[in-house]
Design a protein. Structure first.
Length: 179
């Protein structure tokens, strides 16, 4: 079963399995940058909308993209009363958005599932405005800290913080788009 099949199958129980771990990543991300009401946010690999639920009240507009149709259906159901969100079933390597329109991009535990993580990051950069914050996490089982830093170094971003703590199963990078 590929990644999409796995996520389609586990969509209904995803929060029970991963909410605590994901919430710890969100907390570290929130503590590392400032989000204002005018910010447009992109959550790449949004899953069933767990992060979107946490950020919708503090951001101006939130777009979530996920390849799993079932995950997006669940996210849409949970967020049906939120007026400032748009959820899209789509490919992280071909984001259905114009260039340079997003203030902050988040992608939690997605890159290790992508065939070419560098391409995925480049696509995120394409839709981000100059100076945008880009927050990425990768599973420590799939990347070393050095390997993650090297991947980020291959694209035009500045790493302001690489968080590696025993509290997280992921490395979390807080970056800024430099162009």
């Amino acid at each position: 079963m590929g990644s999409m099949g796995y996520y389609n199958t586990t969509a209904p129980s995803y929060n029970q399995q991963y909410k605590e771990e994901q919430s710890r990543k969100y907390e570290f991300a929130f503590n590392s940058l400032k989000i204002v009401k005018s910010d447009s946010i992109l959550d790449v690999g949004c899953g069933n909308g767990l992060f979107i639920e946490e950020i919708a009240d503090i951001a101006g507009f939130v777009v979530g993209v996920d390849l799993s149709r079932r995950m997006v259906e669940i996210a849409n159901e949970k967020g049906k009363d939120l007026k400032n969100i748009l959820l899209i079933c789509g490919d992280a390597d071909h984001l259905p958005l114009r260039e340079k329109i997003i203030d902050k991009v988040f992608s939690f535990t997605l890159l290790q599932n992508m065939p070419d993580p560098k391409r995925t990051i480049m696509e995120m950069l394409r839709v981000a405005k100059a100076g945008s914050d880009i927050i990425l996490s990768v599973d420590k089982k799939s990347f070393t800290g050095e390997g993650f830093r090297k991947l980020i170094g291959e694209v035009d971003m500045v790493v302001t913080s690489l968080i590696n703590t025993g509290e997280l199963k992921d490395y979390l990078a807080i970056c800024t788009k430099s162009f």
